[in-house]
Design a binder for this molecule. Structure first.
Ligand code: GLN
Length: 485
């Protein structure tokens, strides 16, 4: 049962061949067994999940079930879920019980999906290895000595080890796609504004976007159907027409024009990863796609630009954690200033503090023009690169990450090397474009992800393209050893 897809679970429930309580119980048992080792979940609340499953079963009995009614999924711990501990991977929120549901959580609840628990993540979603979490590192189920990627490493590890069939995730610079790549999963970061950010703890608001992670493109499409939609509570939510992302998923992709940016195959890309990406492209050619060469000349500026803009926004967003309004407060202090400063000193981890310092620096008088404004200008140029590239192709493809999963502790003391993990993913966030990662094979038994970048609101096409690949290949079906034991 634990290897079933969201789609299979949905049909079995609809046909009443199983019940939500049965499925939920099975996944909870899987979590109990594997989570102590993998550490993918921060919070599990069996009673609450079973209660939701019972309600879902009643709904199905009455014939009032929706597609995801009764299907259990996990929620990244960046989403506020009413009465659930919501930590964002930080000591600062280690005791924060959310008073309301994020729109994403609300939508899953309304669809009748069961919340299996809150998944581990890098602190405030800052990281690429899930090693910055206050709740401890997450292990990659494919090799326990390696990282699962980040910041949505908990969601990825939970699915890869079959503790849940799908999970929510968020992506500010690559945090859905890079862990999906490192754990052999399918993950989609939608167009900025497609999924509501309301109740999703803010890191860098102009870049943050939530999306689904699961084993297959079909499953992601089903989850996106629930997640997407205009939300007046999010000022940057876009009123885009409601789509059914599963509708055209089966269409042939003959004639598809795939753009290959030369900058994504340059120095820095692991040779074995490159070979698998080329093999995947050849597979697309067999499916009738044609290849065009494109160029994204400002790719190498995306990381420096991101590490000015994201920390700037983070320094402002994280000023709300002052020991008064939320979560942690230092136990001993002399006066108000002392309380603020000790709370933040003790409550935030090293990486978060590094970002706050960079952010306040680049925003300070005298440096604003030199750094922040300059970065905004280059951000515009990066968007223009994509605009130009999409004049000659339908989708852009390349690697998701430069390498397979790296060893725990390998990069944690070298921030710049860690930041390079997102070299192929960050530009899409800067441009607000949708990006996806799908499994494309293995190097030394470690998964490799192929990235698909689409034009604005072209998620349906991307999911279709990914699904056609997954019909022709089996990479997404592979599972780490022992996942079902
Ligand atoms: N790894 C990047 C960072 O550390 C992106 C994280 C994310 O997408 N949330 O900021």
């Amino acid at each position: 049962m634990q290897d079933w897809s969201v789609k299979e679970l949905s049909s079995l429930l609809k046909e009443k061949k199983t019940s939500s309580v049965e499925i939920t119980t099975d996944y909870l048992a899987s979590i109990k067994k594997k989570n102590p080792e993998i550490n993918a979940f921060i919070t599990v609340d069996e009673n609450r999940s079973i209660a939701q499953a019972k309600l879902a079963d009643e709904r199905i009995q009455k014939g009032e079930g929706d597609t995801l009614t009764g299907v259990p999924i996990a929620q990244k711990d960046i989403f506020c879920a009413e009465d659930w501990l919501t930590t964002c991977g930080s000591k600062m929120l280690h005791n924060f019980i959310a008073p309301y549901d994020a729109t994403v959580v609300k939508k899953f609840n309304e669809a009748g999906a069961v919340n299996l628990g809150k998944t581990n993540m890098d602190e405030f979603a800052m990281g690429s290895s899930n090693e910055t979490s206050f709740f401890g590192a997450v292990k990659n189920p494919w090799d326990l000595s390696r990282v699962p990627g980040g910041s949505s490493g908990g969601s990825a590890a939970a699915i890869a080890s079959r503790m849940c069939p799908g999970a929510t995730a968020t992506d500010t610079g690559g945090s859905i796609r890079q862990p999906a790549s490192l754990c052999g999963l399918t993950g989609l970061k939608p167009t900025y504004g497609l999924v509501s950010r309301y109740g999703m703890i803010a890191f860098a608001s102009s870049l943050d976007q939530a999306g689904p992670m699961a084993k297959s493109s079909e499953d992601c499409a089903m989850m996106l159907n629930v997640m997407a939609g205009f939300d007046p509570k999010d000022s940057t939510s876009i009123d885009h027409k409601k789509e059914d992302y599963t509708k055209n998923i089966d269409q042939p992709i003959k004639g598809l024009k795939i753009g290959l940016p030369k900058e994504y195959f340059a120095e820095g890309l692991d040779g074995d990863v490159a070979k698998l990406i080329e093999a995947a492209i050849n597979q697309f050619k067999k499916l009738g796609a044609t290849i065009v060469d494109v160029s994204l000349p400002n790719t190498n500026l995306s990381i420096p630009v991101y590490y000015v803009l994201a920390p700037a926004e983070a320094s402002s967003n994280l000023s709300r954690y002052d020991g008064v309004r939320y979560g942690y407060r230092t136990s001993q202090y002399d006066d108000l200033m002392d309380m603020y400063s000790k709370t933040r000193q003790e409550g935030f981890g090293e990486e978060v503090k590094r970002r706050i310092l960079i952010g306040t620096y680049v925003l300070s008088a005298g440096y604003y023009d030199a750094y922040y404004l300059k970065a905004q200008q280059i951000r515009h140029l990066i968007s223009e690169d994509f605009k130009k590239a999409f004049q000659s192709c339908d989708v852009i493809m390349g690697p998701t990450a430069p390498s397979t999963a790296f060893k725990a502790n390998e990069k944690i003391d070298d921030p710049v090397t860690m930041y390079l993990q997102d070299i192929y993913t960050i530009a899409t966030n800067l441009a607000g474009l949708p990006g996806m990662s799908i499994p494309a094979g293995f190097v030394n038994k470690l998964p490799v992800g192929l990235q698909i970048i689409g034009n604005y609101f072209d998620e349906a096409r991307m999911l279709n393209v990914a699904h056609q690949f997954q019909k022709a290949t089996d990479w997404h079906k592979a599972m780490p050893e022992g996942a079902l034991s």
